[in-house]
Design a protein around this ligand. Structure first.
Ligand SMILES: [Zn+2]
Ligand SMILES: [Zn+2]
Length: 152
């Protein structure tokens, strides 16, 4: 018997990355979701401490369905003076989900990307979204329910 902690390790593309939602090993069709809060808002709880969420192919089907309805935007500007989350705050004017104008700093930058693209060898999807505080909460609740069926 071994006890795997879903939040440990995960830096090795060759294996050992478990889905953050259902715990299954990620295959070649795995995706990742990076969370970049613009404020002190924490990343959704299923994500690891570094804000990265691993999604296996099975769970990605559900995530794809939701994300398909979002309006993506350009990659955020990167600079030393501001955090990645603040970059999302700069590039996005409206919430990718509910389309309301973003005001204040309660914005959650979301990067949804393909495993191959993540390791620099592929040209899979790399999509960027920004969610308002309310939609970030909805997304977090959604993630809580993905991959939960029949698994402990
Ligand atoms: Zn999964
Ligand atoms: Zn919204």
């Amino acid at each position: 018997m071994s006890v795997d902690s879903p939040s440990s390790g995960g830096d090795h593309p060759s294996g050992g990355v478990a889905c953050s939602l259902c715990g299954h090993r990620l295959g070649a069709d795995g995706r990742f979701v990076g969370f970049y809060p613009a404020s002190d808002r924490p990343a959704p709880s299923p994500a690891a401490d570094d804000g990265l969420l691993a999604v296996c192919g099975d769970c990605a089907v559900e995530v794809d369905e939701l994300v398909d309805a979002w309006a993506g935007h350009d990659a955020p500007p990167v600079a030393d003076e501001w955090s990645i989350g603040a970059g999302y705050r700069r590039v996005a004017e409206d919430c990718s989900f509910c389309d309301r104008a973003l005001d204040g700093d309660d914005v959650l930058g979301v990067e949804y990307f393909d495993r191959e693209a993540a390791y620099g060898t592929g040209d899979g999807p790399r999509e960027n979204f920004s969610l308002c505080d309310g939609c970030a909460t909805v997304f977090e609740e959604f993630l809580d329910n993905v991959g939960g069926d029949g698994n402990v």
